[in-house]
Design a protein around this ligand. Structure first.
Ligand code: GDP
Ligand code: IMO
Ligand code: MG
Length: 428
């Protein structure tokens, strides 16, 4: 089996962690290809609950090799805290591989992320404040520091000097902050170097050889399609490419080796941080979705904005990612609604749009056109086959599939590993 991509179809927090964990036992490598510790994946295994940020969700599967790809940005303190916490809970993390070309998040990135947001005031993006954007900005400006630089102190110092040069002027003169010293950044990085060394690998080579040997590689995206810096709701996006193309650049695996793209999509919609969200609910209905779905961020604890399923968004995700399968999650959260609105198109200044509007301004003005589907009252958390679901829930799933541009191959009916209705195999 060649490589499989698994990514988010909406604005993140669709349940990618659970879906990856579900497939984990059948795959040999799970690769995180973008983002960093802005991600938050909650995985429930029996009575145990794990919150992962930087580590690929496959780390919880015995025998699976987790890989942090070149497209990821790494906060070393977070990496080792996460490893230590998992080890303390009996999870073996010894197989972890880290790309020598992944970029490092330093103190200067974390500080600039936070002060830039404060500076923007009401226009802020609502970032996670983890230094993600400034680290990717340095990567693109070619003043980033990579994992491989940790092993040559002279080079490391030169690179940190280069990175701090303009940033310190900005911090002191524009943001009225203290300058960050080269020593403090270099010392922080070096304090982790020897512990990291055995994990560092040419991960593109390792994965290419694994695929040649017939191994299965799962490429796991952080964030989601509408948070993609190219294809998302720019500028209210993250600074990487969570979409399927990013899986190639962020791992070093070519498109010709990928034959399946699984998109995780919630049975309704949520978003954290600022930016357009046409189906957002500002009333008691939104509050009910937030409460029933426990929609609070895994990373920052912020309440998630909640709204109805948006079919044009799902269709867009199907198109830009080449989705072969949807995993529909959190269907159980919709139990108890008499009628469930689903957005089938938008109206912008009186004009109907069946697809995502071309411009950001139009998307900001998009008013959802709703169809109302019948709900159900039965508890569906024990359903394991389609036939176990009430007829109206089956019809809801079918309607979503018909509107969304790819088959729904599995349905989440609870946070637990086993709380899944499998319609067709996601592998093979
Ligand atoms: P990710 O960032 O895409 O991995 O998603 P998060 O972990 O941030 O958020 C998804 C939340 O929904 C987590 O708390 C999961 O445990 C939970 N979850 C995942 N699938 C289901 C499901 O089908 N039903 C319910 N009720 N919860 C789910
Ligand atoms: P997972 O992987 C939801 C959002 C932030 C903010 C924007 C930019 O758990 O789905 P950043 O810190 O990345 O520069 O913030 O992106 N964001 C997420 N929202 N889930 C995530 O990850 C997110 N990662 C970033 O809230 O709006
Ligand atoms: Mg999340």
């Amino acid at each position: 089996m060649p490589a499989i991509v698994l990514l988010g179809a909406q604005w993140g927090d669709e349940g990618k962690g659970k879906a990856t964990d579900l497939l984990g036992s059948s795959v040999d490598y799970v690769v995180k290809y973008n983002g960093g510790n802005n991600a938050g994946h909650t995985i429930v295994i029996g009575d145990e609950k794990y919150a992962l940020h930087l580590l690929p969700s496959g780390i919880l599967t015995p025998g699976c090799t987790p890989v942090i790809g070149n497209g990821v940005v790494i906060d070393l303190a977070v990496l080792f805290t996460e490893i230590d916490d998992l080890e303390a809970r009996g999870v073996d993390t010894s197989r972890l591989l880290v790309s020598a070309s992944a970029h490092l998040i330093g103190q200067h990135h974390r500080v600039i992320d936070k002060v830039a947001e404060r500076f923007l005031g009401d226009a802020k993006l609502g970032t996670t404040g983890r230094g993600i954007g400034p680290t990717y900005a340095d990567k693109m400006s070619r003043v980033g520091v990579r994992v491989q630089d940790l092993f040559d102190e002279k080079i490391l110092r030169q690179k940190v000097e280069g990175a701090l040069d303009i940033k310190n002027s900005l911090l002191v003169k524009v943001y009225n902050r203290r300058a960050i010293t080269v020593d403090e950044v270099v010392e922080e990085f070096l304090s982790y170097a020897e512990r990291l060394r055995p994990m560092v690998a040419d991960t593109s080579l390792v994965l290419g050889q694994a695929l040649d040997a017939g191994k299965t590689v799962l490429l796991e995206g952080g964030q989601a399609t509408l948070l993609d810096v190219d294809h998302g709701t720019y500028p209210f996006v993250t600074s990487s490419n969570p979409t399927a193309g990013g899986a190639c650049t962020g791992s070093g695996i070519p498109p010709t080796r990928i034959d399946r793209v699984i998109a995780v999509v919630k049975a309704y919609a949520t978003r954290v941080g600022s930016g357009p969200f046409p189906t957002e609910l500002h009333d008691a209905d939104g509050e009910k979705l937030r409460t029933d779905g426990a929609e609070f961020g895994t990373t920052t604890g912020r309440p998630r904005r909640c709204g109805w399923y948006d079919a044009p968004v799902a269709r867009y995700a199907a198109r830009v990612n080449g989705v072969t399968d949807f995993v529909l999650t959190k269907l159980d959260v919709l139990t108890g609604w008499e009628r469930i609105p689903v957005c089938v198109a938008y109206e912008v200044d009186g004009v109907r749009h069946d697809e995502m509007p071309m411009t950001q301004t139009d998307f900001h003005h998009a008013v959802p056109v709703y169809e109302h589907l019948d709900g159900w009252d039965e508890d569906i958390t024990g359903a394991r086959t389609l036939a176990d679901l009430p007829k109206t829930a089956q019809a809801y799933v079918q309607a979503l599939e018909d509107m969304s541009g790819a088959p729904i191959s599995a349905i989440g009916v609870g946070p637990g590993r086993d709380q899944t209705v499998e319609i067709r195999s996601l592998l093979g």
